[in-house]
Structures are given as C-alpha cells and as structure tokens.
Write a protein that binds this ligand. Structure first.
Ligand code: 13P
Length: 263
C-alpha cells in the first residue's frame, strides 16, 4: 500500500499584522507540540512576515511556505521577489492558486516554470486546481481539472516536471480547491470531493509513474467541523486552509483531524 503522509497547509493570504503573525505562529507552534499532530504542517504567511515566522518555527518540524514567487533571475524587476531569494527562508511554495489565476491573470506558463524551479531549489510544491462556479454549473469540472493538470505537463518542461515528481513524489502536492467553495462557507459534497480526487490521481498517472504516492489536499471552507468527514475520504490526504488557518485552535483541530495513519 502506498504511503502518503497527510499534509495540512495554512494559507494566510493577505492577512495579519506583524505582531499578529508572530502570535499566530507562536500559538500554532505551542499547540502543535502539545497535541498529537503527526501531519506535515506548512504555514504560508505573507512575504513580509516570512523571516519572523521562520525564526519562530525553525526549530520545529512545521514548514514555512510562500504564496507566490517569481522564477526570473535577479535583475531589473521592481517590486519582484524571486524563488532564489525566497529559498533562503522557505521550504515550500504555493503554485497556481485560483486567486493568482483570477486576480493576477497568471497562467500555466508561469506555473510550470515555478514547479520546476521550486524542485531545483528543493522546495515542496503545492499546485492548486479547481473549477469555478460557472464551470461547475455547466458540468465542465473534469474538463477544467484535466486542462489545469495537463497544461503544466506539456512540452519539454513537462517532461522535466514528470521526472522531478517521479524521483521525489512527496515533493509534489495537488490542492483541489473548487473556487466556489473558497471563503464562501460552502464545502463540496464529500462524494464529489472523493470523485474529483480520484480523477486528479488518474490524470496525474498519465504524466507520472508515482500517482499513488502523490498527496491530494482539499481546500475551500475547511473548518474544524467538516475536517473529520474530509479526512475520511480515501483519496484526500490533507487540507489547504484559508480563513480557518488564521485561528490557531481551529487550524490545529483541522491538523488533528488529518492526523490519522498515513495511507
Ligand atoms: P478558505 O479556507 O478561506 O475557503 O480558503 C481556501 C483557500 O483558498 C486556501 O488556499
């Protein structure tokens, strides 16, 4: 049986003050040590608080991630922060989040470069996919998921990506986040989440030999009340948590729900 260690991410998005971020890190760290949490845990604070967060959690097994990062080399890009800089501080990178796709009009071109660059820098990569409300209503969810996955495995870079995953399966995570469930309080039906995760795994198997070892998170209004039900799904190996990750107790309760045996 394949071994997939559950993984829970806290995507803080554009939230927290500096003091609030430090306090949140501190509370998560304390609760993480006190409770029996055996999931992999990754915190994604805003850029500005990454070093503060890193100073607090460095001695623990909690990982630190960035919500984005450029793949360009150092140079004349005013306001830019690249992965080379970030890799001095972070362990993980979020890629392809729907808010990057929709607010910043980012596309697969950038995501595939990030997926490869992050691998070269030894970072854990989480690639986010998911259909929006209209796509769900018009029944094109599976088509959308196939396109979002297929597009980063296209061409020569795609081959490089496949190779990087086959040689290190735990370094690549997929987050299935239906856009209509993000920040809305609406959670996808567990049966649907399971079906979509199975579909995602089957799609990954077209490009990688290790799809059974790839961890799939669910994201979209995850909270401590719905976490148990999601954690029970065969093909769901964790959660990517937005709003609820801003509350240490709630986030830790979600981590605890996924602290079951590896699959
Ligand atoms: P919410 O948990 O706030 O719905 O956000 C989910 C998400 O976008 C995590 O990346």
């Amino acid at each position: 049986m394949a071994e997939r260690r559950p993984i829970v991410g806290g995507n803080w998005k554009m939230n927290t003050t500096r003091a609030g971020a430090k306090q949140l890190c501190d509370s998560v760290l304390r609760g993480f040590t006190e409770r029996k949490i055996d999931t992999e845990v990754v915190l994604y604070p805003p850029y500005l608080w990454l070093t503060d967060a890193g100073d607090l959690i460095n001695a623990s097994s909690i990982k630190l991630g960035a919500q984005d990062g450029l793949t360009e080399e150092n140079g004349a890009i005013t306001g830019g922060i690249n992965l080379t800089m970030l890799s001095e501080v972070i362990d993980a990178l979020l890629i392809g989040h729907s808010e990057r796709r929709n607010i910043f009009n980012e596309t697969a071109d950038k995501f595939s470069r990030q997926l490869i660059a992050a691998s070269d820098l030894g970072l854990l990569r989480t690639y986010c996919v998911g259909e929006d409300h209209t796509q769900q209503e018009t029944g094109s969810t599976y088509e959308v998921l196939a396109e979002q996955i297929g597009s980063v495995f296209a061409g020569e870079e795609g081959e490089q990506l496949s190779h990087s995953i086959d040689s290190n399966p735990p370094s690549f995570v997929i987050a299935y986040e239906p856009v209509w469930a993000i920040g809305t309080g609406l959670v996808a039906q567990p049966n649907d989440v399971q079906d979509r995760a199975e579909f995602i795994r089957a799609e990954i198997s077209k490009y990688c030999d290790v799809s059974d070892l790839i961890r799939i998170q669910y994201g979209g209004s995850v909270n401590q009340k719905n976490a148990d039900e999601l954690a029970a799904l065969t093909d769901i190996d964790g959660a990517l948590v937005g709003g609820a990750s801003l509350n240490a107790e709630e986030f830790l309760a979600i981590c605890e729900a996924f602290s079951t045996n590896s699959r």
